[in-house]
Design a protein around this ligand. Structure first.
Ligand code: E4P
Length: 221
């Protein structure tokens, strides 16, 4: 399963990319609104520093304007994936961009029907927002399972990109179901790295090594 970072923060992207576990980035207008500076420059910078796919979202709502924005975003780099909202015009945009060889990520997916239509339109990725479903008392992970079942059954190549992830258990369950990608806020990645027994174990190893050093003052690897 690929792991994308769900952020528009360039420092975070640089920091986590160095760990070698990040395969791509997803952004959205809300994430960009949390950053200082010109959002266009920020998006261009992210595309420049990341090798993998970077989802950049359009904000127009009518076909012509959506296409205009999409084509401009696609020019930022070969790794750009145009993030398109799940609407009637959005599906038309996905079809048109797919015909031009431009990758798309259909965002704001809350039902299996929406995912099916996005796949039929040729989407590269669909993004079910599982945390927002959990927030309203619906089981977000059930949606992931349904979409995977449909895509596998009909051999759609559209990838399931699990979004709106709220905790590490969402990641484990998505992986067990066979999701193609999960996109994670940096805080969740931090929680996945940490385990109290890892910290405790390391402290013990280091203190035991210090004892060895005490008896062998000139030790070095
Ligand atoms: C990513 O593509 C989505 O925009 C993001 O995961 C949404 O997450 P949220 O529901 O926490 O805003």
């Amino acid at each position: 399963m690929k792991i994308f970072l769900d952020t528009a923060n360039v420092d975070s992207i640089q920091k986590y990319s160095e760990m070698g576990v990040i395969d791509g980035i997803t952004t959205n207008p809300t994430l960009l609104s949390k950053e200082t500076g010109n959002p266009i420059k920020t998006m261009k910078k992210i595309v420049e520093i990341v090798r993998g796919p970077v989802s950049l979202e359009i904000v127009a709502t009518t076909f012509d304007r959506m296409m205009e924005e999409s084509l401009k975003l696609a020019e930022y780099g070969e790794n750009v994936v145009v993030k398109v909202p799940m609407t009637v015009d959005g599906l038309k945009v996905v079809k048109a961009l797919t015909n031009k060889g431009i990758k798309t990520n259909v965002t704001l997916i809350f039902s299996a029907n929406q995912a099916l239509l996005a796949a039929k339109a040729g989407a590269t990725y669909v993004s079910p927002f599982i945390g927002r479903l959990d927030d309203i008392g619906s089981e977000g992970l059930n949606l992931v399972s349904e979409i995977i079942q449909i895509f596998v059954g009909y051999e759609y190549t559209t990838q399931v990109l699990v979004a709106s992830v709220r905790h590490p258990l969402h990641v484990i369950e998505s992986a067990k179901m066979g999701a193609d990608v999960v996109t994670l806020p940096p805080e969740i990645l931090d929680k996945m790295i940490k385990h109290p027994l890892s910290d405790k174990g390391l402290d013990l190893f280091l203190s035991d090594w210090k004892k060895i050093e005490k008896d062998n003052p000139n030790l070095s690897f």
